[in-house]
Design a protein around this ligand. Sequence first.
Ligand SMILES: *Cc1c(COP(=O)(O)O)cnc(C)c1O
Length: 411
Amino acid sequence: MNLNDIREMDRDDPLAALKAKFDNSNNVIYLDGNSLGRMPISVLESTETLLKQQWSRDLITSWNKHHWIDLPTVVGDKIGRLIGASTGQVICSDSISINLFKVLAASLSQQQGRSIVLSTKDNFPTDLYMVQGLTSLLGEQNCNLKLVDETALEENLSSDVAVLMVTEVNFRTGARLDIERLTRLAHDTGVLVIVDLAHSAGAVPVSLDDWQVDFAVGCTYKYLNGGPGAPAFTYVAKRHQPHIQQPLFGWMGHASPFAFDPIYQGSADIRQQLVGTPPILAMQAVNSALDVFDDVDIHAIRAKSIALSELFLALLTQSEYAQNLKCISPANALARGSQLSFDYQQSYALCQALIDRGVVADYRDPSYIRFGFAPLYNSFEDVYLAVSEIIAILKSDYHLQDRFTVRQKVT
Ligand SMILES: *Cc1c(COP(=O)(O)O)cnc(C)c1O
């Protein structure tokens, strides 16, 4: 396949025009949208408006006049459309870690007599840390983390498990769990289900309502392009909202925050998930970033994600110089999220050498290099050029220079 064939794929791509909605002015090939999405241009305008017209001019009246107070639910519903949640079930706030703490505590309190939180050894560490923190607070008799391999989840669903807490797409390998099936099996044994959608939202079709998932969390700075440290989201299925209560009783989660009642009375809807004052600047960035998805079908995003990653694999495996890169992502594209990961002894140096030559990927311990595919702004030509650089680097041992082995604070 030559560059002309590849350019033809870009010409036939129904999503190709969306790239212009992002700031691509740095001219790098960006295959790290699974860690921090590119900036949509609309974010510049909307945050400038917020600063210059709303905060500066209208000050406190903006909470009503510019509907700042509604942003957590407005943004939540926009995210809901991308993860199969009908309105009133998703809210934007805090970080994944904090949101997990809330829904973990709330679901454990529903499961009297059960203490086990079942998860996978390879889950994202902060997810596991939040359970460990709850154990230190509630005691082992009330919260007990049990870790198994991804393949052993089903056989470990039993009547002493309170909560199944899983991440749909594994951050290291990109392997995707069958959430619909796991939820059905969990419910058969009375287990509640919490799903982390960090590497799913905006990249793969998710059907929370149809799958009858109980709770979900996710972030907005990866495939949703909301900006560094942008506020995360929480999904609470409507059937749970009247009786579920997260334990961080903040005034924004009160049924009537402006009654300033000394006694907490939680909101009966999704707003009970709020704690303190929403970060309006950051949330406005997420709000406008999500507009890029307005007329886009998530299935078209998925189809392009698969085509990009299959092209990457096909081009890479053709080269004799890439034989030492062992793909640790599932070979079946349907069993992956939107990334490919490779185990390779010099992954860290390879990643730094690629960045040096204008291709951004990332590295994860102990020896993995990850390539994320963001169909809204990655082209087939990006993939072709990235693979060409990988092969050129490996062929010339360019990455074996000392300067590429120096570890930075963030990898
Ligand atoms: C990125 C990511 C997080 C990040 O959590 P924050 O608390 O928002 O920093 C958590 N879980 C998973 C699976 C992730 O991929």
